[in-house]
Design a protein around this ligand. Structure first.
Ligand SMILES: N[C@@H](CCC(=O)N[C@@H](CS)C(=O)NCC(=O)O)C(=O)O
Length: 211
């Protein structure tokens, strides 16, 4: 590994970090993938610009926080952010639509009130997931190129990677989601799973730890 590689810091989880790892894998560039557990976090926290992670540290030491700012930067650097301004906006619309559900899902892992958590998870399954299915279909129909298997235009973008990652997390972490929705999301997962640039990373990445 070259001395001046960029460095990506995040917990040894997928959660808010995996989208950037997927983009980096797709781009094929070397980077240091620094993963830590909750016990090790106090050692890293003071070194992170906002005391939070994920953080991308560039070759010159500059730190970028905020998972989506990092992912968007990496997507642009790796030609996964659309061919023009309009495609970039369509990609953002897909991602924000996915976030409407994902941002309700992620905090449940920190919810200590088990009754509340169960209620929220049930609501996600029966109310938010059907809306997500419908909204993703609408956007895909409107933005995908003719005969394209991708969300926007005719090539893989970080919208495909984001939906792939977020759906995998939901199918894994939301009780009942796999049984109910796996078939409906298959067409969004397949183009990513079969992308040659990602095969090695998807085969070798750590398995789920909670999410
Ligand atoms: N809006 C931020 C949220 C970052 C965030 O909440 N990070 C959590 C992990 S997912 C964290 O650093 N927690 C440890 C802490 O705040 O000490 C982003 O999207 O990156």
């Amino acid at each position: 590994m070259a001395k001046n590689d960029i460095t990506f810091y995040y917990f040894d989880l997928r959660a808010r970090g995996e989208i950037s790892r997927l983009i980096l894998a797709c781009g094929g560039k070397n980077y240091k993938d620094i993963r830590f557990n909750f016990e090790q976090w106090p050692e890293y926290k003071p070194k992170m610009i906002l005391g939070q992670c994920p953080v991308l540290e560039l070759e010159n030491g500059l730190q970028l926080p905020q998972s989506l700012a990092v992912a968007r930067y990496l997507a642009r650097e790796n030609n996964l952010a659309g061919k023009n301004n309009l495609e970039s906006a369509q990609i953002d619309a897909v991602i924000d639509t996915q976030l409407d559900t994902y941002n309700k899902f992620l905090p449940q892992f920190f919810e200590e009130d088990e009754t509340k958590k169960k209620e929220e998870m049930e609501k996600l399954l029966s109310v938010n997931m059907p809306i997500l299915v419908e909204n993703l279909q609408k956007l895909r129909q409107a933005y995908s190129g003719k005969n394209s298997k991708y969300f926007v235009g005719d090539s893989l973008t970080w919208a495909d990677l984001f939906v792939f990652d977020s759906i995998q997390q939901l199918l894994h972490g939301l009780p009942g989601a796999k049984e109910k929705y796996a078939d409906q999301f298959k067409e969004y997962l397949d183009p990513v799973t079969s992308d040659a640039r990602l095969k090695e990373y998807l085969k070798s990445r750590p398995d789920f730890k909670v999410i």
